[in-house]
Design a protein around this ligand. Structure first.
Ligand SMILES: C[S@@+](CC[C@H](N)C(=O)[O-])C[C@H]1O[C@@H](n2cnc3c(N)ncnc32)[C@H](O)[C@@H]1O
Length: 448
């Protein structure tokens, strides 16, 4: 989160990012610490076995860790050491822990006085699992409080997926919301879901004798955001659309919007105010949101939970563009810190997840890597021509498992949807002149 939630490091951490100089000192300490291990960090896990990388690891460490119980190995990413380990190994693990960004939870009541969570009703939370429901309940309450404080005209949910967050913000908190996602299927699901929720709320409003025109639907837009300029134009468009009765938009409209620079709203004497919001905005998308916040004066706040940091494009790598996702700061660039794909994958590992693995789960994980490495060695020796084509062996299995899981979830979701649709039809609703619009445009002026 980038409004008021600034990491100062954990209380046990000797580094701080309260000033630019302290932040640079911290960055430099990290770069110096990991540099000697770049040969390990930059190698895919299978290479540890295939290329005998263990031979480059301190012999005393290997001797000690080889015999160690799995449960203690699983605690290493959390910074736990055993007293009988070599001093140099203990120092390495403790230093690595001391350099990590603190993960203590902020007291939200202190940061945002007046903040309180509203429990979502079954219509709004339909389709969400427990985790998603919790995330959406907490985040929507935070966003709504900040947007209301800023008297913002619109909230832009970037990478909105199926519109869970956007719908809570518009139906429950009554904000004007634009939900953007690269996937047109998600845009359609968002619009259809909004219609169903609208029927429920319309019925509630009619029952209480109020005017149904107080009901707000999020606008769903399909757009692959690949640059700050594109997001700026979309954000501006979300403001204009509140004032112009527009139901379809083209790439030309996007260009016109950036040229017009909110003429309509500005001439009305109001200072435009926007909030950018994201829940699990993948890779570079979070970076684009942060840069848009810095560059676009209409955007008064950004409230974002990033995700998939391994997908960030990296400065100095093959896919180098005008604006790479990592690093964002000149400080990190100046430190010469380079992660690479394997390093970014490694950085996404969760110490907590490793710590919570039971003995059996831990052994299974290590075995999978060992078997995969053995398979790679067989490929190298007997099928070098296959290796040259970079087959994605492990990933296909993973993708297959995920697809099966998704299909199973989808079929139960479809079943629930049908049930809910028939219930909503019974409730009744407004005629179909929805505010929701959905359209597809491409971001041509993008970075690779
Ligand atoms: C992890 S999902 C999160 C969805 C939703 N916010 C939620 O929490 O349920 C990330 C979403 O971002 C979208 N996305 C990723 N990169 C994007 C981009 N550059 N422009 C627009 N949408 C993007 C994906 O299509 C996907 O739906």
């Amino acid at each position: 989160m980038a409004t008021g939630f600034r990491g100062n490091g954990s209380s046990s951490c000797k580094y701080k990012c309260d000033t630019a100089a302290n932040t640079l000192q911290w960055i430099k300490a990290i770069a110096d610490f990991i540099r000697p291990y770049s040969f390990l960090i930059n190698a895919p896990v299978v290479n540890f076995f295939k290329d005998r990388l263990w031979e480059a690891v301190d012999e005393e460490w290997m001797e000690c860790l080889r015999k160690e119980h799995v449960k203690n190995l699983l605690l290493i990413p959390s910074g736990a050491v055993q007293e009988y380990w070599p001093d140099s190994l203990k120092k390495f693990i403790r230093t690595s822990k001391s350099l990590a960004l603190g993960r203590e939870q902020a007291d939200l009541q202190m940061v945002l006085p007046g903040w309180c969570i509203a429990s979502l009703n079954t219509v709004l939370s339909q389709g969400m699992n427990q985790k998603k429901k919790h995330e959406v309940e907490v985040l929507s309450a935070i966003i709504s409080l900040i947007a209301s404080d800023l008297k913002s005209h619109a909230i832009v949910d970037v990478g909105a997926g199926q519109g869970y967050l956007a719908q809570v913000l518009s139906f429950h908190y009554k904000h004007s919301v634009l939900a953007i996602d690269a996937c047109s299927h998600h845009g359609n699901v968002t619009s259809a879901r909004s219609e169903r929720i609208k029927k429920y709320y319309s019925a509630q409003i009619r029952k209480s004798g109020l005017e149904t025109n107080s009901l707000r639907l999020p606008k769903a837009m399909t757009f692959h955001v690949l640059s700050v300029d594109a997001l700026k134009s979309l954000a501006n468009m979300s403001l204009q659309d509140d004032h112009a009765d527009k139901t379809s938009v083209t790439g030309d409209d996007l260009e016109k919007t950036s040229r017009q620079e909110l003429k309509g709203l500005c001439s009305s004497g109001k200072e435009p105010s926007l909030v950018l919001a994201g829940l699990h905005a993948c890779g570079d998308l979070s970076m684009i949101m942060l840069r848009t916040f810095v560059e676009c004066k209409e955007v008064k706040a950004v409230i974002n939970i990033g995700c998939c940091y391994n997908l960030l494009s990296e400065y100095g790598s093959d896919n180098e563009g005008v604006q790479n996702g990592f690093p964002m700061s000149f400080g990190v660039k100046s430190s010469g810190l380079f992660l690479g794909k394997s390093g970014r994958d490694l950085a996404c590992q969760s110490a907590e997840r490793w710590r919570n693995l039971e003995n059996e789960g831990g052994v299974h994980n290590f075995e999978l890597h060992a078997f995969r490495a053995a398979f790679q060695m067989v490929l190298y020796k007997y099928y070098p021509e296959v290796v040259a084509t970079f087959p994605s062996v492990g990933r296909q299995g993973k993708a297959l498992r995920r697809r099966k899981k998704r299909e199973a979830a989808l079929s139960s979701q479809c079943h629930e949807d049908k049930l809910e649709a028939s219930q909503s039809d019974l409730i009744g609703g407004l005629p179909d002149n929805s505010n929701a619009f959905s359209h597809t445009i491409s971001d041509y002026g993008s970075t690779p």
